[in-house]
Design a binder for this molecule. Structure first.
Ligand SMILES: Nc1ncnc2c1ncn2[C@@H]1O[C@H](COP(=O)(O)OP(=O)(O)OP(=O)(O)O)[C@@H](O)[C@H]1O
Length: 502
C-alpha cells in the first residue's frame, strides 16, 4: 500500500450523520467521565472536534488534558459517557484514523526510527521489504514536515536529541493512509522555533485537506496564533469554548482560572552586583567537547542564566558544574541537577511522589545515620503544598500528569541541601501559573543564599536571572547584567554575525 506525503482525511464516510450546518464533528465526547482510583481525571466532558479545524485545548497541569486525549483517541475507555466518531458510537476500529503524538514520546528507544515506524504503522506498509518501505516512508514524511531535520531512518531513537525524537514522534503519528484527527500533546515543548514553524505549516496543510487537529499546549500565545477555536479544561470539565480570534493571552489565562500570571519583567532582579558575592563555582577558560575557552562565575545567592540558541554549549557547562573533573572548573558547594528530559533521567518510576521528592534530602534529615520518617513526611508535605503537586505524596510518580511530575523533580532539587542548583531547561510542560510560582521559588531560594545556574530555551525566562551568559558555538559571546538582560539583546547576540568564533 502506498503512503502519500499528505494523508487523506476529513470527510465523513457516506451514510453518517454530519450534524447541523458547518463542518461535521470528527470526534465527539458526550458526558465523558474517567477516574483513576480516587482521582477523578474527567468529570463529564462535552466536546466536539470538527473537520478542518485546529482546536486548542488549554488547562492547568492535572486538568485532565492528556486523559481526555487518550479517551478521544480510543486508547482508554471512559467510565461513563460516550465517544462518537463521525457521529456514530465508536468501536475500536473506528479510531484507526485518529492519531496522537505524545508529549512523552511513545517511541521504543532501543529500536531504530524505521523499526519504530514499522511497529506503529505496519498496517499501511508492505510486509515484504518492510524495512526499506518503512525507511522510505518516514524519510519522506520527515522531509515533508521538518525540512533539514537531520534524522536518518537508521538512527537508534535513544541516540537522538529530544527535539529530533519529538519530530519522529509527530511524523509517526502522521504515517497513515487516512488521518481524520491528529492530536498533538504539547508538540513544541521540545522543538526549536524553526521546527515549530514547520510543524504548524504542515498542520495548516492538513486542515486545508479536511483533517481536524487537536492541539494541547501551555504556550497560550502559540495556541491563539494557530487554533481556530480554544477550549478550556478545568478540573476535568470543559468550562469555556471560544473562537480564537479576538481572544488575548490574559483572556485565556483568566478563563483557566486562578490568578492571571504577570508577565516576567526583564531586569527586575540583580539586587547585588555579582562581584560583591562570594564565588561558589567558576569555569576558567574551559575547553573541551562543545566548549571553547568558557570563563564564567557563579556567586553565592546568584541566579545565573545560560542563554542562546539550543546546543551552543549551555548543557556542557551544566555537566562541567555537575561533575567538575577538569582543573578549569571549580565548585565549592554541593549540587543538585534538574534534568529537562524526565523520561530519560528524571523520575524513579517505581517510587511514590514522596520517595521521589525526598531521595536527595534524606542524608540531611537523618541524625547519626538514622532516618527520621516524621521529619521526612513533613518536608514532603511542605513541598507538595508549596508547588500544588496534584496527586499528593502517596501517589505513584507515573500516576501524575506530566507537568506535576516535572514539579516533583524541581522540588527534589530544592528540598536537598545543595548550595548550587543546576537547571537544564526544566519547565517544559509546566503550566503558566505554576511556572510563575516556580520563578518566585527560585528567587526566594536565591535570597536564602542558594545559587542557581539555569539553562532555558525560552529567552523570556532569563528575565528572572541576575546575570546571563549568552552562548554561541561553545563560547560566551555576551555577559548581561540586570537591566541589560532583555529578549531583544539575547536574540541579537545569539544571531550576531559570526566573527572569529565562527
Ligand atoms: N495512569 C494514571 N493513574 C492514576 N492517576 C492518573 C493517571 N493518569 C492521570 N492521572 C491523574 O488524572 C489527573 C489528570 O491528569 P492528566 O495527565 O490528564 O492532566 P493534564 O491536564 O494532561 O496535565 P499536564 O498539563 O501536567 O500534562 C491528574 O490528577 C493525574 O494525576
Amino acid at each position: 500500500m502506498h503512503v502519500d506525503n499528505l494523508p487523506a482525511g476529513g470527510a465523513a464516510p457516506p451514510g453518517t450523520d454530519t450534524g447541523p450546518a458547518g463542518p461535521p464533528p470528527v470526534v465527539t465526547a458526550r458526558g465523558v467521565t474517567k477516574a483513576y482510583g480516587r482521582t477523578r481525571a474527567l468529570a463529564g466532558v462535552d466536546l466536539a472536534v470538527r473537520a478542518g479545524e485546529v482546536l486548542g485545548l488549554v488547562g492547568h497541569n492535572g486538568a485532565g488534558k492528556s486523559t481526555l486525549m487518550r479517551v478521544l483517541a480510543g486508547l482508554e475507555p471512559c467510565d461513563t459517557g460516550t465517544v462518537l466518531v463521525h457521529g456514530r458510537q465508536a468501536s475500536a476500529g473506528d479510531f484507526r484514523t485518529v492519531r496522537m503524538a505524545y508529549q512523552e514520546t511513545s517511541l521504543c528507544p532501543d529500536l531504530t526510527v524505521a523499526e519504530n515506524m514499522w511497529v506503529s504503522s505496519r498496517h499501511c506498509l508492505p510486509r515484504v521489504r518492510w524495512r526499506r518501505a518503512a525507511s522510505d516512508a518516514v524519510r519522506r514524511r520527515l522531509d515533508d514536515m521538518f525540512p533539514g531535520h537531520g534524522v536518518s531512518p537508521r538512527d537508534r531513537v535513544e541516540d537522538l536529541s529530544l527535539s529530533r525524537r519529538q519530530m519522529v514522534e509527530i511524523a509517526r503519528a502522521c504515517l497513515v493512509d487516512r488521518l481524520d484527527l491528529l492530536i498533538l500533546d504539547e508538540p513544541t515543548e521540545s522543538l526549536g522555533p524553526d521546527a515549530a514553524r514547520s510543524l504548524y505549516a504542515y498542520v495548516r496543510r492538513l486542515t486545508e485537506a479536511g483533517t481536524a487537529v487537536l492541539l494541547i499546549s501551555h504556550r497560550i500565545r502559540e495556541v491563539l496564533s494557530v487554533a481556530d477555536r480554544v477550549a478550556v479544561l478545568r478540573d476535568g470539565a470543559v468550562t469555556a469554548e471560544r473562537p480564537a480570534s479576538g481572544l488575548t493571552e490574559p483572556d485565556v489565562l483568566g478563563l483557566m482560572g486562578a490568578h492571571v500570571a504577570a508577565p516576567p519583567t526583564f531586569g527586575a532582579p540583580a539586587a547585588t552586583g555579582s562581584t560583591a558575592r562570594d564565588t561558589v563555582a567558576e569555569l576558567l577558560g574551559a575547553t573541551g567537547p562543545g566548549l571553547r575557552e568558557v570563563t564564567l562565575r557563579v556567586g553565592r545567592g546568584e541566579v545565573v542564566g545560560l542563554a542562546g540558541l539550543a546546543g551552543q554549549g549551555q548543557q556542557e557547562v551544566l555537566k562541567r558544574l555537575w561533575r567538575p573533573v577538569r582543573r578549569d572548573t571549580t565548585v565549592g558547594v554541593s549540587r543538585a541537577y534538574v534534568p529537562g528530559d524526565r523520561q530519560r533521567s528524571g523520575v524513579l518510576p517505581l517510587w511514590s511522589v514522596g520517595d521521589n521528592l525526598i531521595v536527595t534530602a534524606l542524608r540531611g534529615i537523618a541524625r547519626r545515620g538514622l532516618r527520621r520518617p516524621a521529619e521526612e513526611r513533613a518536608v514532603v508535605a511542605d513541598w507538595v503544598k508549596r508547588l500544588s503537586i496534584r496527586g499528593g505524596a502517596e501517589a505513584g510518580i507515573t500516576e501524575l500528569s506530566g507537568g506535576n511530575q516535572q514539579k516533583v523533580i524541581v522540588a527534589r532539587a530544592f528540598a536537598s541541601p545543595a548550595g548550587l542548583v543546576l537547571l537544564d531547561d526544566p519547565f517544559r510542560g509546566v503550566d503558566v501559573h505554576t511556572k510563575t510560582d516556580l520563578y518566585g521559588l527560585i528567587r526566594q531560594e536565591a535570597a536564602k543564599g542558594r545559587s542557581v545556574v539555569w539553562y532555558s530555551s525560552e529567552n523570556a525566562e532569563m528575565a528572572h536571572c541576575d546575570r546571563v551568559y549568552v552562548f554561541r558555538a561553545g563560547r560566551v559571546v555576551a555577559e548581561l547584567t540586570g537591566e541589560e538582560i532583555s529578549e531583544e539583546r539575547i536574540i541579537g547576540v545569539s544571531f550576531a554575525e559570526k566573527g572569529e568564533d565562527g
